[in-house]
Design a protein around this ligand. Structure first.
Ligand SMILES: Nc1ncnc2c1ncn2[C@@H]1O[C@H](COP(=O)(O)OP(=O)(O)OP(=O)(O)O)[C@@H](O)[C@H]1O
Ligand SMILES: [Mg+2]
Length: 362
């Protein structure tokens, strides 16, 4: 197995820059996930690491070997796509065997390895089936076996679960994680689903318009977002714009919804890139970090709003609160207050849960 390192990778397609200076590293036994919205450059980075396309600038290393311009066949990577891409006219076993035939592995060994690979993904009993007689989840397992059978150094997975239903996705991602760990593979996983990324990854690289905005463990990304985009892309989050009223060195900032306001300012002790009074901050507030009260006497570090709707969600009520004409905020109220539409409420938020980002960290 190898450590994959990408250093200052860039990719242009003609005039269009799909990936800007991006660096990452993945050790053996580790899953790094490229997470970001559609078009953010995830597949482009993956395809450069696979050797299917070459970067415009930057370098890729597998351990100390510079593979930047080494063609795909000489890299020992295996790629699994979203649309399983099994050969329809070949049985499951033949599909899995294909990569070994190409690599001129002797027949006896091929049989053995196909069996092992199918066993890994729990598809042994389907060896002789044709792909069109398998469910989506089963087809994706075969695709995985086909990738694993060649003993790749690096396993690359491009949205491999997106065609599966919700329950199967959860199961399959756990299986993929266990496989990577037990085979000590180096894996890069692509998804635009943040909950999938949180569940499967050792490290997440969050991408936006061709940039890797932040790399960290799932909990680092969750707790300590460096930009408003990262904070709002991971987990359910409100993002509202507020004006900076006061900046107290590295201690706290005070924010308000408008430049002139009657309610007291909201204090934030988690802020990035806020330089001065008057800056517009993008403020990320998670719905479960807000405590609703109906009396101002019970309120600390709060903003006021008016209840627009209350929906029962089982473990909590989803409360939509209007802050201003332009701003609504969603709150998960687990204390299940009996709130009425039109009622004034106080939304209490601990200063460290008011995550504020200035222009350089949008
Ligand atoms: N061969 C190409 N020629 C021109 N532009 C391309 C090419 N491949 C990708 N792009 C562009 O580069 C950008 C990044 O594409 P990429 O496929 O990496 O996005 P992605 O993050 O994988 O998105 P998705 O989640 O939709 O798969 C997109 O704007 C895309 O249109
Ligand atoms: Mg893609």
């Amino acid at each position: 197995m190898v450590e994959v390192k990408a250093i200052d990778l860039e990719k242009k397609f003609g005039d269009f820059q799909a990936v800007y200076k991006s660096s990452l590293s993945v050790r053996e036994g580790e899953i790094l996930t490229l997470l970001g919205p559609s078009g953010s450059g995830k597949s482009t980075i993956l395809r450069m690491i696979a050797g299917l396309i070459f970067p415009t600038a930057g370098k890729i290393f597998f351990d100390d070997r510079d593979v930047t311009f080494i063609p795909s066949q000489q890299r020992n990577t295996a790629l699994v796509f979203q649309n399983y891409a099994l050969f329809p006219h070949m049985s499951v076993a033949k599909n899995v065997e294909y990569g070994l035939v190409i690599r001129k592995v002797p027949k006896e060994e091929r049989k053995k390895r196909v069996k092992e690979a199918l066993k890994l993904v729990k598809m042994e009993q389907f060896m002789d089936r044709m792909p069109n007689k398998l469910s989506g989840g089963q087809q994706q397992r075969v695709a995985l076996a086909r990738a694993l059978v060649v003993n790749p150094d690096v396993l690359l997975l491009d949205e491999p679960l997106s065609n599966l239903d919700a329950k199967l996705r959860v199961e399959t991602r756990q299986e993929i994680r266990e496989l990577v760990k037990s085979l000590n593979l180096t894996a890069i996983f692509v998804t635009h689903d943040q909950s999938e990324a949180l569940a499967i990854s050792d490290k997440i690289a969050v991408m936006e318009i061709g940039f890797i905005r932040q790399i960290g463990t799932p909990s680092e990304i969750w707790e300590y977002p460096e930009t408003a985009f990262v904070g709002s892309f991971i987990g359910d989050a409100n993002m509202i714009e507020m004006t900076v009223q006061n900046v107290k060195n590295n201690e706290y900032v005070l924010l308000s919804l408008a430049t002139e306001t009657e309610s007291p300012p909201l204090k934030s002790t988690y802020f990035r890139g806020i330089e001065k009074v008057g800056n517009i901050a993008r403020v990320v507030i998670r719905p479960d970090k807000v405590r609703i009260t109906t009396q101002s006497a019970d309120a600390t570090n709060y903003i006021t709003g008016i209840v627009k709707s209350v929906q029962f969600f089982g473990r909590y009520n989803l409360v939509l609160v209007e802050l201003t004409e332009k701003h609504d905020i969603t709150v998960y109220d687990s204390s299940m207050l009996a709130l009425k539409k039109g009622e004034t409420v106080y939304l209490n938020i601990s200063p460290q849960d008011v995550k504020a980002f200035g222009p350089s960290n949008y």
